[in-house]
Design a protein around this ligand. Structure first.
Ligand code: IVH
Length: 688
């Protein structure tokens, strides 16, 4: 069937778009859309071309792996083309590749080398008689750019190859690898740029664009016309493939070549694995997809290569890519989308946090429509504005973040965003910028937004843990004027909940959950009240020492501050909380509502360890880790995480931490086993 007009038009448009973005990515190091968005365009075009082969007459768009060479660097013709790799987007596509390999090898089994797919810039470095003579980027795969001077500045790239006695040095050796900027190096670089921008902004100048991610920063740093600038950037390289080779040892496998390169002094990624089956390849991919964020550099997938070089010959290449390798791509963690608006949310302490309202976009598998912008300063430094197209990032479990704007897509009439001067609540009270800190606050005690957040905090897991009391219920009940503060929770009735539109079952469950919370431990109640500076550990100390909310409320600052883990700051904050008349009314409501104020497990263990600090390392047989720490605390002792000269003893279990044992030895701190630990608990003395 002939393609419809719409399809012909879409194919034309996709080709335009791909060419444009390809140029921006490879030619300018300033991509306007994320890799994932680009890949989606390519996939769509590929699919349409496959469906309508008559439209695929000029497929050059998809066949060119790179952009035409930028004019700022001398062109270098690769003697051996730098081909790209085919992609597998999921396990099925990976297995399909495995099947093709098996078929191509007619029954021979293949070993695979699994490598991380480093998200950087590919280079080919040429050595003649052991001396670095040329380095080039990939460019369009045939002709790249001469970046010899720049590559020479990268620490870790040998400029003179070490002579290994075991293997003769090749007369010509082309080493291919990925140049990248590590995450810590990028963070340092970004901080430097942000600090520079702060100075610029203070001087009334426009801030300069800050690279959005390590890939752009790395590519931009390598492609500097002045190599002295490259030298100031912390670039690194992993070598992963040979190009042209003349002379030198004969290799039979890919892993031999990697070992040879390592012996010559090239950095070889330590995570390379040789495996015997596709199942193990799948496992390797799954492992790194989950753990990618633990690496100090960015990877966007895994590259799988057939190890045996004779088998590679047999498999050969297509016009675009070798058949003996595949790039397994991970789901994207960065996407571009439109920032609809910037608003502020008010926290329970009144802090105003700007956040971005985004055109919904799927990032790392979930839909993102909001992202925090942290504070006033961050918005100013990133210079994101309503209407901007922005890069949104979500790494692992991390909450989504707006990385920065795509300046090329900024609307002409765009204005820098101004932090609001009024609280978004109905009272419209004035927001106050705090001195010395980047925070802006609503200081109105009656602010309904603060009230709602306080109630949400009270019902949350670390506090009274009232299941089913979600944010929506809180908003509904407080908007209706039923909840003025957390004290009102305990006078709720099923009738009130039903009248507010909650279902019968939901109301019944909620009433039950509220009832269960009446007997929460005192330390949970203290945390739930949201007293400034009072965290769970100090709350626990207070609960144990005073035994009831009333005793805590009537304690003096001096009494409070005398407790282990409670300093002057917390003591004053606690004392101040209880004198506020609003809070007094909350306490009264909670009491009337039947909330227990004295639910503390009383410890009657003898205080054998008062004033003594112990460190537990490794696993014990009779005690779990928390139990051991509890046993120490119950006896008045302190359980610490590191050894110092004040440590009374280190309890050494199975597989102890080497650094703790070493430190104990250095400082002469006694090391005791589990049996001796029991003796210490009982007597407070080390056994004879
Ligand atoms: S091998 C013919 N190994 O990914 C084989 N490439 O999508 C050439 N890359 O152009 C490449 N890590 O820029 C290979 N361990 C690795 C890699 C890797 C990252 C890049 C490289 C390549 C692209 C292919």
């Amino acid at each position: 069937m002939a393609p419809s007009k719409r399809i012909v038009a879409r194919v034309g448009e996709l080709r335009e778009l791909i060419t444009f973005h390809n140029d921006r990515y490879f030619g300018d190091d300033d991509p306007e859309i994320s890799d994932a968005d680009f890949d989606e365009l390519v996939r769509e075009l590929r699919a349409l071309e496959a469906e309508h082969p008559e439209l695929a007459a000029s497929r050059s768009v998809l066949d060119a792996p790179g952009a035409p060479v930028a004019t700022t660097f001398a062109p270098v013709t690769h003697r051996l083309a730098m081909t790209s790799l085919d992609n597998a987007m999921d396990v099925d596509e990976l297995r399909a590749w495995g099947d093709r390999v098996a078929k191509g090898l007619a029954g021979q089994t293949a070993r695979f080398v699994c490598e991380l797919k480093i998200d950087g810039l590919a280079v080919s470095i040429r050595f003649e008689n052991g001396v670095l003579v040329q380095a080039a980027t990939r460019g369009d795969g045939k002709v790249g750019e001469d970046v010899t001077a720049n590559v020479r500045t990268i620490s870790g790239v040998p400029v003179q190859l070490s002579k290994t006695s075991a293997s003769p040095t090749a007369t010509v050796l082309e080493v291919r690898g990925e140049v990248y900027m590590s995450k810590p190096a990028f963070e340092r670089f970004r901080q430097e740029k942000l600090a520079e921008n702060q100075v610029r902004v203070a001087a009334g100048k426009k801030p300069q664009p800050v690279p959005a991610n390590p890939r752009n920063a790395g590519a931009g740093s390598l492609r500097q016309k002045d190599a002295a600038v490259t030298a100031t950037r912390e670039l690194s390289m992993w070598a992963y493939q040979l190009g042209e080779v003349q002379g030198g040892p004969a290799f039979t496998s890919h892993h031999d070549t990697l070992e040879y390169l390592q012996a010559l002094g090239f950095p070889i990624n330590p995570e390379v694995r040789i495996v015997d089956s596709l199942d193990e390849v799948v496992e390797f991919c799954a492992h790194w997809q989950e753990h990618r964020n633990e690496l100090p550099y960015i990877i966007d997938g895994v590259v799988v290569k057939v190890d045996d070089l004779a088998q590679r010959e047999r498999l050969g290449s297509t016009s675009k890519a070798p058949r003996w390798a595949i790039a397994v791509k991970f789901p994207p963690e960065e996407r571009t989308t439109v920032l609809r608006d910037i608003k502020v949310s008010i926290g329970r302490t009144g802090r105003a946090t700007p956040f971005a309202e985004l055109e919904p976009v799927v990032v790392a598998g979930s839909t993102v429509s909001m992202a925090t912008l942290h504070n006033r300063e961050q918005v100013q430094l990133k210079d994101v504005r309503p209407g901007d197209t922005v890069v949104v990032r979500k790494a692992g479990d991390v909450i989504p973040e707006v990385v920065g704007p795509v300046l090329a897509k900024r609307p002409k009439d765009s204005q820098p965003w101004q932090f609001p001067t009024k609280c978004p609540c109905d009272l419209r009270s004035t927001l106050v910028q705090e001195q010395d800190v980047a925070d802006t606050r609503c200081v109105e005690p009656e602010c309904p937004h603060q009230r709602d957040q306080k109630i949400i905090h009270f019902t949350a897991r670390g506090g009274m843990d009232i299941e089913g009391f979600g944010e929506k219920t809180v908003y509904k009940l407080s908007d209706a004027g039923i909840l003025e503060d957390v004290g009102d929770i305990y006078s709720l009735t099923p009738e009130v909940l039903l009248a507010q539109g909650l279902g019968e079952v939901q109301s019944a469950n909620l009433m039950q959950a509220i009832d269960a919370s009446r007997s929460r431990a005192l330390e949970k109640l203290l945390v739930a009240l949201g007293i400034k500076h009072l965290g769970p550990a100090a709350a626990e100390s207070l609960a144990r020492r005073f035994g009831s909310l009333d005793a805590v409320a009537s304690a003096s600052v001096t009494d409070l501050a005398a407790i282990d883990g409670v300093g002057d700051v917390i003591a004053e904050s606690v004392a101040k909380w209880f004198v506020d008349k609003r809070h007094k009314s909350i306490v009264t409501k909670l009491r009337k509502g039947g909330v227990r104020f004295d639910n503390v497990t009383v410890i009657d263990a003898p205080q054998t360890l008062a004033g003594k600090t112990l460190v537990v390392t490794g696993t014990l047989t009779k005690f779990g880790r928390e139990e051991a720490e509890r046993a120490i605390k119950d006896r008045g002792g302190k359980s610490a995480g590191s050894v110092s000269k004040k440590t009374f003893a280190v309890v050494v279990g199975n597989e102890p931490g080497a650094s703790k044992v070493k430190k104990a030895e250095e400082l002469g701190v006694p090391q005791i086993d589990e049996q001796a630990f029991e003796h210490v608990l009982a007597t407070g003395e080390l056994p004879e």
